[in-house]
Design a protein around this ligand. Structure first.
Ligand SMILES: C=C(OP(=O)(O)O)C(=O)O
Ligand SMILES: [Mg+2]
Length: 543
């Protein structure tokens, strides 16, 4: 039944089924032709369309509560804005453009005025874009783009989702997520895991599948037609783990959480994390239109640090760019954003932004009593690492390290470790760059497999350098969340493993069953293997 059963890459555990809701694709600029034969009649379509958009938003606002209600009410008020509508009518009658194109054009004027005003006004530009898209969709008779409000629990199907869209999903309403594109280490996958929403990415053909209802298996990656039964994922029984990362022979490997929000931090602490190995600060500001002030940053960071008083937390400075764009740090358009100005490279152009962030982190550390270190993303050379460490020290932060996620950094691990206090391997990007396989592209997902021996050989270089220089080497990419691979990484000299809260107990429990000798044996076998499957077999042999 090939047309009714598809296979993708399972990236977030659990089996769920339910009715399908599709995420409509972005609309782009509507065509300027054909010119309306009766411009007055064409212009007269705009207000009734706006009234329908307003009525729909008000209806949803009435059913919503809290922030969601306020956002819907504000959007409804904007959709009724007489200035925008009058301007659009003028464009239809004056320039002879179709109504949808006229709305787009009229909105562009408001958007650039708001952006030029900066600050709070610039943030409103996003709302005008939202209203514009809703009006254009109404006039064209197509669904509005973006994640729709879900009236009841549903399976979301999309080409791909931006991290900001995924972060806003309500796990009570989204039974499962299936995307045609996306890779296993994409940020959409990472966020779906942290929300506990079963997810399958790189599911070729799902957009063409005529399905009212789907059954999604986030473990096997299988997506198939279902009979309409609504079933939420069964929450797996908790594995027993005492909250200390230690092998049965006493060898210590810290088991830490990856977090990006206060909710993640609470979940990681509740699941027994010994601390945080990666706080993705950019996740706090995915929707911010302008740079948050030092005070705003201090508050946002303190809210995440709060559950970890007295515990180690590695705060990563903003990793903006590529698939995690931040509106206030966007570079000029680049042909290959993953190879462009992202991570620490943004700070070379904007050291003031880094300084303000480091100041905010130092303040939040003092506010909460968390034992904070800072870490820079996307570091390529020892000179870059030294540049960052100097700035961290100037901000009064005691420990500073860098991510090793560019192959050059792995190859220069000794020189880098000589100038930092610790490193942490970002296996998601390291795999992307060593295999020249974009994390977001489903077609190359198999290369972004952390069991690839070529990737493990780079990890070994870094582990060996850490052992030689007696400095900590962590892993905070998705590789750390696989219990068997955690044993291999330990055998390669890794001293801490940081992961999503849902993986903590499984990894902690597995480590307790093994010894350092066995981990080294598994590591030798996996590194020498010819492919990911043989690497797994080699790792399983002693385990
Ligand atoms: C942990 C990593 O950072 P991010 O996933 O945020 O790029 C990584 O690249 O492995
Ligand atoms: Mg990375």
């Amino acid at each position: 039944m090939s047309s009714a059963r598809l296979s993708g890459v399972g990236v977030s555990s659990g089996r769920a089924s339910g009715p399908v809701v599709r995420v409509a694709e972005p609309l782009g600029e509507p065509p300027a032709t054909p010119a309306p034969t009766d411009p007055a009649a064409e212009a007269a379509r705009i207000r009734p369309a706006a009234e329908r958009v307003v009525a729909n938003l008000e209806e949803r606002a009435a059913a919503a509560t809290g922030d969601a209600k306020a956002v819907l009410e504000t959007t409804a008020a904007m959709a009724a804005d007489p200035a925008l509508l009058a301007q659009a009518e003028k464009v239809v009658t004056g320039d002879g453009l179709p109504a949808a194109r006229a709305v787009h054009q009229a909105a562009a004027g408001f958007i650039s005025a708001l952006e030029a005003a900066g600050g709070y006004m610039a943030e409103r530009a996003r709302d005008v874009r939202d209203v514009r898209d809703r009006l254009v969709a109404e006039l064209l008779g197509v669904p509005a783009p973006g994640v729709p409000d879900l009236a009841s629990p549903s399976v979301l199907v999309a080409r791909d989702l931006a991290p900001a869209d995924t972060a806003g999903l309500d796990p009570a309403k989204v039974l499962a997520l299936v995307t045609e594109e996306g890779g296993p280490t994409s940020h959409t996958a990472i966020l779906a895991r942290s929300l506990g929403i079963p997810a399958v990415v790189a599911c070729r053909g799902v957009l063409d599948l005529a399905a009212d209802s789907l059954l999604v298996d986030g473990d096997t990656g299988v997506v198939q037609l279902s009979d309409g039964t609504v079933r939420a994922a069964h929450v797996q029984g908790r594995v027993e783990w005492n909250g200390v990362g230690v092998l049965r022979d006493g060898h210590r490997v810290k088991v830490l959480g990856n977090v990006g929000s206060p909710a993640d931090a609470v979940a990681a602490a509740a699941a027994g994390a010994e601390g945080v190995g990666l706080f993705r600060t950019e996740f706090c500001f995915l929707s911010a239109g302008t740079e948050p002030s030092v005070e705003e940053q201090r508050e946002a960071y303190a809210a995440v640090l709060a559950p970890f008083e007295g515990k180690p937390v590695v705060v990563r400075t903003l990793d903006a760019g590529a698939d995690k764009p931040l509106a206030f740090l966007s570079p000029d358009p680049e042909p290959n954003p993953a190879l462009g100005v992202r991570g620490l490279r943004v700070a070379f152009d904007r050291p003031d932004v880094l300084t303000r962030q480091l100041d905010a982190i130092a303040l939040a550390a003092a506010d909460t009593g968390a034992d904070v270190s800072v870490m820079a993303p996307m570091v390529a050379t020892a000179a870059e690492a030294a540049w960052f460490v100097e700035r961290a020290r100037a901000a009064g932060i005691r420990r500073a390290g860098v991510m090793v996620e560019i192959p050059a950094a792995a190859l220069a691990a000794r020189e880098i470790l000589a100038v930092v206090d610790f490193v942490s391997l970002g296996t998601n990007d390291l795999a992307q760059y060593v295999f020249a396989a974009d994390r977001q592209v489903g077609a190359v997902a198999a290369l972004n497999d952390p069991w690839q021996p070529a990737l493990l050989r780079l990890v070994k270089l870094v582990g060996d350098a850490g052992t030689e220089l007696d400095k900590p080497v962590g892993v905070c990419g998705e590789a750390a969340a696989d219990p068997l691979l955690a044993c291999v990484l330990t055998g390669l000299g890794v001293t801490s493993l940081s992961m999503n809260h849902t993986a903590l107990a499984g990894v902690g429990a597995k480590l307790a069953t093994t010894s350092f000798d066995l981990c080294q044996l598994a590591a030798r076998g996996a590194v020498a293997a010819a492919d990911p499957a043989s690497a797994k077999v080699a790792a399983r042999a002693p385990h």
